[in-house]
Design a protein around this ligand. Structure first.
Ligand SMILES: [Zn+2]
Length: 383
């Protein structure tokens, strides 16, 4: 996630933007300053079009942020923490720490975003209509407000498509979940609908690209992104359901070896790793206090000539970035936190603050393969 720039916090939630947003910013500002505004109100200074277009584009991103913040605020109100909000090429993403516990909460979190977009569309629309007929610069501002109204309306409507991972897909999931009581079934249907929708979007994008031009390509990419997301969601649903009754202590690597924070990378690689088969190294200070977690992947990034002088702690993720789990916690709750963590690993710490295990993606994969083999064995014996 290092292409992201932190902007600050809103309602206690870290907000960032991805560099990819710069592309969209210039496309939108250009569309306004060069096409929309001069089309509505010709014969003004070019600088005025760009100034109004630039401010309107900033307001558009503020609207996008308001959409995400409303998801996040409702999530928090329903007892679900929000890791961060990121704006990027295809809009905004709110990363929730876990899934909603009831269909009602699932619905409220999902619907909050589109409702905000519609309200903003209404507000911009009213001011746009009031100013539209005005002469001079006010008229130009009026048509920029009209554009903001339209784009928020489109944003709300597009997100309401009943296709996961869009908000409408979440609404669909909540509705099916409420009716059947089966959360996994509901989520699977919403993800499948997401896949179908993504294919339609890619198809339309290709047609648009062939008939009109470049805008179609953006739809193709958007469709592709949604397809990938819908598929990931589907496999996450399957994984979550098969791990639903499993606790962290059942699959963690127990009693991990801790390494000294001040050990150099060279010392670890040349003298210590020969005896171990791990790829995660919890680091402790001289007092035995945990200080961070480094991994084989992180050590690879240390150039050969710096290995003698780089300490392990210099390569580590700080403890605040590493998800911590309780041995008795259900695995699906932890999975969500692990997905958004920098190394995809979690430390397991017991009630008396002792490190008792590590969970890495390979622990989860091994556990799932083992339980599949066991299930296979059972079904062959019983058939
Ligand atoms: Zn949304």
């Amino acid at each position: 996630m290092n292409q992201n720039v932190r902007l600050g916090r809103i309602a206690g939630i870290p907000v960032g933007v991805n560099w990819s947003i710069v592309v969209i910013f210039f496309l939108l500002a250009w569309e306004l300053a060069d096409l929309v505004l001069p089309g509505d109100h010709p014969r003004h200074a070019v600088a005025l079009y760009w100034a109004v277009g630039g401010v309107a584009t900033v307001l558009f991103f503020a609207s996008l942020l308001a959409h995400e913040v409303s998801h996040a605020v409702v999530a928090k109100r329903n007892g679900i923490g929000v890791r961060r909000i990121t704006l990027w090429l295809f809009g905004g993403v709110s990363e929730l720490e876990k899934e909603a516990l009831t269909p009602g909460a699932d619905f409220r979190i999902a619907i909050a975003g589109p409702v905000t977009s519609f309200v903003l569309a209404g507000v911009y629309g009213v001011f746009g209509i009031l100013l539209h007929a005005a002469a001079g610069a006010a008229g130009v501002i009026g048509s920029a407000l009209g554009w903001l109204a339209w784009i928020n309306l489109l944003l709300g409507a597009f997100n309401l498509m009943p296709a996961a991972p869009l908000d409408g897909g979440r609404v669909l999931r909540a509705a099916l979940w409420r009716r059947s009581g089966d959360r996994v079934g509901a989520a699977t249907t919403a993800a499948k609908a997401g896949e179908v929708f993504a294919y339609i979007l890619v198809g339309l994008g290709v047609l648009e690209f062939l008939a009109v031009g470049v805008i179609g390509l953006w739809f193709v990419f958007l469709g592709w992104f949604l397809l990938t997301a819908a598929r990931a969601e589907q496999s996450a649903v399957v994984m979550r359901s098969s791990l639903a009754d499993v606790h962290v202590r059942d699959l963690m690597t127990k009693e991990p070896t801790t390494f000294s924070s001040s050990t150099t990378v060279a010392e670890l690689i040349d003298h210590q790793l020969g005896h171990h088969r791990f790829s995660s190294y919890p680091l402790a200070g001289p007092d035995g206090q945990l200080e961070g977690l480094t991994t084989m992947g992180r050590l690879r990034h240390v150039p050969g000539h710096l290995r003698q002088t780089t300490r392990l702690i210099d390569t580590a993720a700080p403890l605040s970035d590493v998800p911590v789990a309780d041995p008795g916690e259900p695995v699906p709750d932890l999975l969500q936190r692990m997905q958004t963590s920098p190394d995809g690993r979690a430390l397991v710490i017991d009630g008396s603050h002792h490190l008792v295990g590590i969970v890495s993606p390979s622990d989860i994969a091994r556990f799932m393969q083992l339980s599949m083999l066991q299930a296979q064995g059972r079904s062959e014996r019983s058939s």
